[in-house]
Write a protein that binds this ligand. Structure first.
Ligand code: AMP
Length: 436
């Protein structure tokens, strides 16, 4: 990687504003998964050991901008208010704003500060705001080797709007800007990129998490040990258009599963019953199959499917399911998982690979009846000696739930960011950093 990391600079005594990804899942004020906090620890510990003044910032969830004067409704709420008769709009707005105030409790990073202190074995000062009096006081008092966590950056409207004033104020807390939030590296917000892009951060480097994510994933994409197999699943083709096209160029075999496979099968002229098909993408799928042929790449589609009559409701409801070859899917049935012949075909391909990347489940894995294909693929990745990379999101959750996490070479902490890497896009949170 050609971007500077914290190892390339002197941080002793410097105020390091570190953008981390502390967007952890919470339930009733308790953190339910600490993975993201753990992911940031190596960088934080290193900076503490080096005697830096560590000022951490992160967003959590999608709260209202409660620190911005005259804070506004969310887009969804605005729409709902506008749909009401004029006489009811003011009171509806007031109701929403009352709810918004509760966001301070729901989306505060205070529990993260407590958990982090426990993990670091040292005090973490929590600032009650992002750039207000509490943050000012905490930064003024910070000593070398100490840690401050600022409140949820998205409480400030300027975060997502890349507000210059917010960046300028944050620059007062920042001799060195460190980005270690891979999960938001594909976003261009004030603390994820703009502060460096605008030139407010004189030195901008990455932390160890971003360094690791990039070295594993970019390396696999640019210099894979071959055969290189890419596995894509998930609901819709439309969400992964660029990913499919870019991966076809990079890999030797592209495996397609999940809901998106049925649009490809339809493009091959098959009838696929009531399975998920995006008619607007049929031409695109044909184009991709032609592209694969021209490039001499293998593009594998399901040969059989596990089908049922209606989409389960609730999603984990017990329903009857039968396997059919894809040519024989009955008109009134929908495919919700790859069948066992397909699972074997895909597992064999993985067995012969030297590099495998995977994003997206093979079926409606939320229901155990349709999780078999996803489990089979996860198992094949767990058993191979190839480099295995899981691109975050549902596939990362599936691999972790199944207990295969420690069998993978790398599980990305950023679903959206890794998909954009797979698309071949440049990530703003990384582009903004200093070159080596
Ligand atoms: P994505 O967010 O695009 O990775 O898609 C994940 C979702 O795709 C999961 O919630 C799955 O339930 C859903 N999914 C996977 N296979 C199918 C299928 N054959 N039909 C409908 N939905 C599917």
């Amino acid at each position: 990687m050609n971007k500077k990391s914290i190892k390339d600079i002197d941080v002793k005594g410097k105020k390091c504003l570190v953008r981390v990804d502390f967007n952890v899942p919470m339930k009733d004020g308790k953190i339910t998964d600490e993975t993201r906090i753990n992911g940031a620890l190596p960088t934080i510990k290193y900076l503490v050991d080096q005697g830096a003044k560590v000022i951490l910032c992160s967003h959590m969830g999608k709260p209202h901008n409660i620190f911005t004067e005259g804070f506004s409704l969310t887009k969804k709420e605005k729409k709902a208010v506008e749909a009401l008769p004029a006489s009811e709009q003011e009171s509806a707005k007031a109701e929403y704003l009352k709810k918004a105030v509760k966001d301070k409790e729901k989306f505060t990073l205070r529990p993260v500060a407590e958990k982090l202190a426990e993990k670091l074995g040292q005090k973490v000062t929590f600032a009650e705001d992002v750039v207000g009096p509490s943050a000012d006081a905490a930064v003024k008092a910070i000593k070398d080797g100490e840690v401050v966590l600022l409140e949820n950056t998205r409480f400030e409207q300027g975060e997502e709007k890349r507000d210059e004033k917010l960046c300028a104020k944050l620059a007062e807390y920042c001799d060195v800007y460190v980005n270690d939030a891979f999960g938001t590296a594909h976003r261009s917000h004030a603390t994820t990129a703009a502060i460096a892009e605008y030139g407010f951060a004189k030195t901008a480097v990455c932390g160890f998490l971003i360094e690791k994510e990039l070295s594993v994933m970019a390396d696999a994409l640019e210099n894979p040990v071959r055969p290189f197999v890419a596995i894509l699943g998930g609901a819709k083709v439309a969400d992964k258009l660029k990913v499919i096209s870019n991966l076809l160029e990079k890999c030797d075999t592209l495996i397609i599963g999940g809901g998106m496979a049925y649009t490809f099968l339809k493009a091959k002229g098959m009838e696929v019953g009531t399975s998920l098909v995006d008619d607007e993408q049929i031409a695109y799928c044909k184009e991709m199959m032609d592209k694969a042929e021209k490039l001499g790449k293998k593009l594998l589609l399901p040969i059989d499917a596990r089908v049922t009559k209606d989409f389960p409701n609730p999603i984990d409801a017990v329903v009857d399911a039968v396997e059919y070859d894809v040519e024989n899917i009955p008109a009134d049935q929908m495919g919700l998982d790859i069948g066992s012949k397909t699972a074997e075909l895909y597992a064999n391909e993985v067995k012969n690979a030297k590099t495998v990347i995977w994003n997206g489940p093979m079926g409606v894995f939320e229901n155990p009846i349709f999780a078999k294909g996803t489990i089979a693929v996860a198992q094949s990745l767990a058993e191979t000696s190839a480099t295995t990379i899981i691109g975050g999101g549902d596939s990362a959750a599936a691999v972790t739930q199944l207990g295969f996490a420690d069998k993978m070479t790398h599980i990305s902490t950023g679903g959206g960011a890794s998909l954009e890497l797979f698309e071949g896009k440049k990530l703003p949170g990384i582009e903004c950093l200093d070159e080596k």
